[in-house]
Design a protein around this ligand. Structure first.
Ligand code: CDP
Length: 216
């Protein structure tokens, strides 16, 4: 079973995807980390004319070692860098096979990102599109960072998230929209357990309908 989980920054898609992966005993890929690793590889080169070239080279040579430094990868500034390299078509193309191959493991997988249900796995068995209002998303991301001992400027964080949302939505190579057959889950008023319960219910219902030969 392939489960695609998409949604905007800090919507809770990563936490939900890892909860679903645990529940269904499937491998999980946070595809944002791939874009973050490419962003990190070009940190400090934002104003240089060879930014694109450097980002494409980083995407083509990405391996597990680049995904190890979780503190640097998950920093708010790295998210902004990630959204800048994510608009480069060749970067997206270079990361496509890695994501596609991950999804095609024998028992399936859970992938979370922006374009999983639209571009990477349009054939996913279940697609979820996670949404939450921007203040709630900022507050969640702030708490995640604070839990790691990072001092957070909420005003700046809010603007970083909005800036990223805007760039992501305008990305001409993106596919950052809800697939027609994705189930919308708004987590603004849900805690982690309630959101996971709701997601599991959607997955079970969708799979039961499929097994019965109906579409959801
Ligand atoms: O966790 P959060 O939603 O804050 O960010 P992320 O999922 O780690 O993604 C960071 C950035 O990478 C996003 O703002 C997108 O610009 C880009 N991204 C993408 O283009 N395609 C994906 N499948 C995942 C992330």
């Amino acid at each position: 079973m392939i489960i695609a989980v998409d949604g905007p920054a800090a919507s809770g898609k990563g936490t939900l995807a890892s909860g679903l992966a645990r529940h269904y005993r499937l491998p999980h890929l946070d595809t944002g980390l791939l874009y973050r690793a490419v962003g990190l590889a070009v940190a400090g080169k934002e104003d240089r004319p060879d930014l694109e070239e450097a980002a494409i080279a980083a995407a083509r040579t990405l391996d597990a070692a680049h995904l190890a430094d979780l503190d640097a990868l998950t920093a708010a500034e790295t998210g902004v860098l990630a959204s800048k390299v994510a608009v480069i078509a060749e970067v997206r193309a270079a990361l496509f096979d890695f994501q596609r191959n991950f999804a095609l493991q024998p028992d399936g997988a859970v992938l979370d990102g922006r374009d999983i249900g639209t571009k990477i796995c349009p054939d996913a068995d279940v697609k979820l599109f996670i949404q939450a209002d921007s203040k709630a998303r900022m507050e969640r991301r702030a708490k995640q960072l604070e839990a790691r001992g990072i001092v957070v400027d909420r005003y700046a964080l809010y603007h970083q998230i909005e800036e990223r949302d805007a760039r992501d939505m305008l990305n001409p190579h993106g596919g950052f929209y809800k697939a027609d057959d994705a189930h919308l889950l708004d987590t603004t008023l849900l805690d982690i357990e309630a959101a996971l319960r709701a997601a599991i219910e959607i997955v079970d219902r969708t799979m039961a309908l499929k097994a019965g030969g109906q579409t959801s």
